[in-house]
Write a protein that binds this ligand. Structure first.
Ligand code: GRF
Length: 221
C-alpha cells in the first residue's frame, strides 16, 4: 500500500494553547489522518515559555520558537516566521492565540491559507481586552469568530462564528470562560471545513460549498 501524503497544517501560538488542545482532541490524530487526510506538521510559538509548546510536545509535534525580541523589525520577525513555516509547505496555517500582528507581505505570501480565531463577534471588538470591552458596551450577545487573515487587524472574510449570551452577573472572567468553551467547538469545525475545501478564500472573500445551515454558526446561552 502506498503512503498517501497528508495535508500539512501549521499552528501558530503565543500562550496557553487551549485552542491547540481542542484542535487535537476534537479531531484527534487518527481522525486527522484517516478522515481529514491532514496532520499538524508543526507548532510555531512567538514565546519560548508558551504552555502551548508543551501541548505540542506531548503529541510529538515538532515545535519552533520565533521570538520577536530577537528581531529589529516586524518585517525581520515575519521573514523568520515564514522561514520556520515554509519547509512544511502548509495547506493551512492556523493562528490559535497568536499574539502578533502580521505584516502585509507575510499575509500576501500565505494568502488564503491563514485563518485566525478571535474572541469577539467581528467586526465588533477587534484587538485586545474583548470581553471587558463587550461588558462595558453592554452588548447582550458576545462570542468568537474564525476568519481568513487579511492585512487589517482582526479582519478578513468571516468563516464561522459562535454567539454567547451575556448574563446579567457576568464579569470578564466568567464571560471569557464561556466564550472559550465555544472557541474550542468552533475552531476544529472551521479547520475541518477549510481542509475539506468546503470553505475557500477567493478574491478576498470566503466562498462556501456544500455547507449545511447551522454549520457556520454556534449559539450558546
Ligand atoms: C483565545 O481566546 C483566542 O481567541 C485569542 O487568544 C486566546 C488564546 O487562548 N486569540 P489559547 O492559547 O488557545 O488557550
Amino acid at each position: 500500500m502506498s503512503a498517501i501524503a497528508l495535508k500539512p497544517v501549521v499552528v501558530l501560538v503565543s500562550g496557553r494553547g487551549s485552542n491547540l488542545q481542542a484542535l487535537l482532541e476534537r479531531a484527534d490524530v487518527e481522525h486527522w489522518q484517516t478522515s481529514l487526510g491532514a496532520t499538524i506538521a508543526a507548532v510555531v510559538s512567538s514565546r519560548a515559555s508558551a504552555a502551548a509548546l508543551d501541548v505540542a510536545r506531548s503529541q510529538s509535534i515538532p515545535v519552533h520558537v520565533v521570538a520577536p525580541e530577537e528581531f529589529s523589525s516586524r518585517a525581520a520577525f515575519d521573514a523568520a516566521l515564514a522561514t520556520a513555516i515554509e519547509p512544511y509547505a502548509p495547506e493551512l496555517i492556523v493562528l490559535a492565540g497568536f499574539m502578533r500582528l502580521l505584516t502585509p507581505a507575510f499575509v500576501r505570501r500565505f494568502a488564503g491559507r491563514l485563518i485566525n480565531i478571535h474572541p469577539s463577534l467581528l467586526p465588533s471588538f477587534p484587538g485586545l481586552a474583548t470581553h471587558r470591552r463587550a461588558l462595558e458596551a453592554g452588548v447582550r450577545v458576545h462570542g468568537a469568530t474564525v476568519h481568513f487573515v487579511s492585512d487589517q487587524v482582526d479582519a478578513g472574510p468571516i468563516i464561522a462564528q459562535a454567539a454567547v449570551a451575556v448574563h446579567a452577573d457576568d464579569d470578564e472572567a466568567s464571560l471569557a470562560e464561556r466564550v472559550l468553551q465555544q472557541e474550542h467547538r468552533l475552531l476544529p469545525r472551521a479547520v475541518r471545513q477549510v481542509l475539506e475545501g468546503r470553505v475557500r478564500y477567493v478574491d478576498r472573500r470566503a466562498v462556501f460549498k456544500d455547507i449545511a445551515q447551522g454549520e457556520l454558526s454556534l449559539l450558546a446561552t
